[in-house]
Design a protein around this ligand. Structure first.
Ligand SMILES: *Cc1c(COP(=O)(O)O)cnc(C)c1O
Length: 491
């Protein structure tokens, strides 16, 4: 240490500290400023919610250069009014309105209000949710949600789980757990086989790559006409791979595929996987919430026999984006995959409290459980159950209405709440006609629909999952589709 230099008198330090304290003071808003800002934010969100009930489901954004200029970090302070104006113009009213009742694209996400309140509370109290001894209350609240999901799915008490940022991260955790549980070191990767169908979500293959399993064998199992995995073909493929000296590792299934909502025959796959000693993974990111209603539970039978599964509360439980969940049947396997400690954590005397960091790639994380817990606490389960049953029935209603449409060919009967269809008017190229139809519907923006490709054919999808999507919203969609078909045929 350099002791030769003269120490500044303590008085100088104190003066400078007081100066800096003054400079940093705006970081700590006073009570009056907080209340005023909160009132402005409440006004902003109220007017957003009011508007979005009537507004177009798609609004073009200003030119990127204009937005980037408006959003640029200038380093200078500004008022909350000005900030909210910028948000309104460049963010909250541009692009796809996922929270609209007339949004039927991809898998709609939610946006129930109690979750927003919870996010606000979670950010203010900022309890440390990753480590049990640090934030026991936050950790236990999240544990109670995992317990609830374990119970809902029919998993045993030995199961463990984690709340993630979404389905992609949940899938990654499941894949890493399965890799560790089967002891697949790098030398074994290229001999390990994963079984899946083209209906499996693309984030599964992405998770394999991230987990270092990108070079394993991806065995595409043939599907039935309903785009479900053909179980006899699965059994056959596993046996053939074993005969060829490969190691069948994991069968990846969908409990509600994104494309068409197809549910693989989970119960039969469970038997095959168990007999073969293969890890059985279920992607229920879209479909899992339907376990809440009787019809859904019947359709998802066998899911409870899986080794790991993924749910996405920001889809079927209607939360705003930011919450997925992974469950693993044997919780110890999850701990084996993720538990780690640093020396700086050595002062913990009692490390028996359950910690999310032992079940996750994350350490510090948002207290994301609260946005799931508060809605369930305030509203109970009944409104969720009713809404999910409503979505299943709306899908049937939509399909029944479309059945009578001239030139319309329907996809397989919906397992859940996604309906596919395409128009085949004589004298028109089907792919081109349906592509133009989707474009017309999107440009009109009363409803928002998207497409997919099935067996090489352009296919329109109607995905019904908005918490605020009701009969009237679906009727609007039907009216818009009819109108645009007539328009295209009249040209
Ligand atoms: C949405 C979805 C995913 C991916 O989840 P994210 O929350 O978007 O990361 C995976 N599988 C299915 C079936 C999905 O619908």
């Amino acid at each position: 240490m350099d002791t030769s230099r003269e120490k500044p008198p303590a008085g100088d330090i104190v003066a400078r500290l007081l100066e800096l304290q003054q400079g940093a003071a705006p970081l700590q808003l006073d009570s009056q400023t907080r209340r005023a800002a909160l009132a402005k934010v409440a006004e902003f969100t109220e007017s957003f919610i009011e508007r979005s009930a009537k507004q177009a489901v798609y609004q073009p954004a200003p030119a990127a250069a204009d937005s980037l200029a408006a959003l640029r970090i200038t380093g200078q302070p500004d008022t909350i009014e000005s900030a909210l104006d910028i948000l309104h113009e460049h963010v909250s009213s541009t692009g796809q309105a996922i929270v609209s009742d007339r949004f039927f694209a991809y898998i709609p996400s939610g946006g129930i209000y109690p979750s927003a309140l919870a996010d606000f509370i979670a950010a203010v109290i900022n309890r440390y949710a990753g480590v049990g001894y640090a934030g026991p209350g936050a950790a236990r609240l999240e544990q109670s949600l995992v317990n609830w999901l374990v119970d809902l799915t029919g998993y045993p008490e030995t199961a463990e789980g984690d709340l993630t940022s979404g389905g992609s991260m949940a899938t990654l955790s499941a894949v890493v757990t399965a890799r560790e549980a089967h002891g697949i070191g790098s030398a074994k990767v290229s001999r390990s086989v994963v079984y899946l169908t083209p209906q499996m979500h693309h984030t599964f293959a992405k998770a394999l790559r991230i987990a270092g399993m990108g070079d394993c064998v991806l065995r595409q199992v043939p599907m039935t006409g309903e785009l479900r995995m053909n179980v006899a073909e699965l059994e056959h493929a596993i046996a053939a791979d074993r005969d060829a000296g490969l190691t069948p590792w994991l069968v990846a299934t969908s409990a509600g595929s994104t494309d068409v909502g197809a549910v693989d025959p989970l119960d039969d796959i469970a038997d095959v996987a168990r007999a073969a000693g293969v890890w059985f993974h279920v992607d229920a990111a879209y479909g899992g919430a339907f376990l809440l209603c009787k019809d859904g539970k019947t359709r998802l039978a066998g899911l409870e026999k899986s080794d790991s599964l993924v749910l996405d509360p920001h889809k079927g439980f209607f939360l705003p984006s930011g919450t997925g969940a992974v469950l693993v049947r044997d919780g110890q396997k999850m701990r084996n995959a993720f538990r780690a400690r640093g020396v700086y954590m050595q002062d913990i005397e009692d490390d028996t409290e359950r910690s999310a960091c032992d079940l996750s790639p994350e350490l510090t994380r948002p207290f994301r459980g609260l946005r799931f817990w508060l809605p369930l606490k305030l509203l109970g389960v009944a409104p969720f159950r009713a809404a999910l049953e409503e979505k299943l029935l709306l899908a049937r209603y939509f399909r029944d209405c479309m059945r009578d449409e001239e030139h319309c060919e329907l996809g397989p009967g919906p397992d859940l709440s996604v309906v596919t269809f395409r128009y085949l008017p004589s004298g028109h190229d089907p792919d081109a006609f349906n592509r133009r139809l989707v474009k017309e519907i999107q440009d009109d923006a009363r409803v928002f629909l998207t497409s997919t490709t099935i067996d090489g054919r352009y296919t329109i999808r109607m995905a019904i999952l908005g918490f605020n999507t009701h009969l009237e919203s679906v009727d609007t969609a039907i009216a818009v589709i009819r109108e645009k078909v007539a328009l295209l045929l009249s040209r």
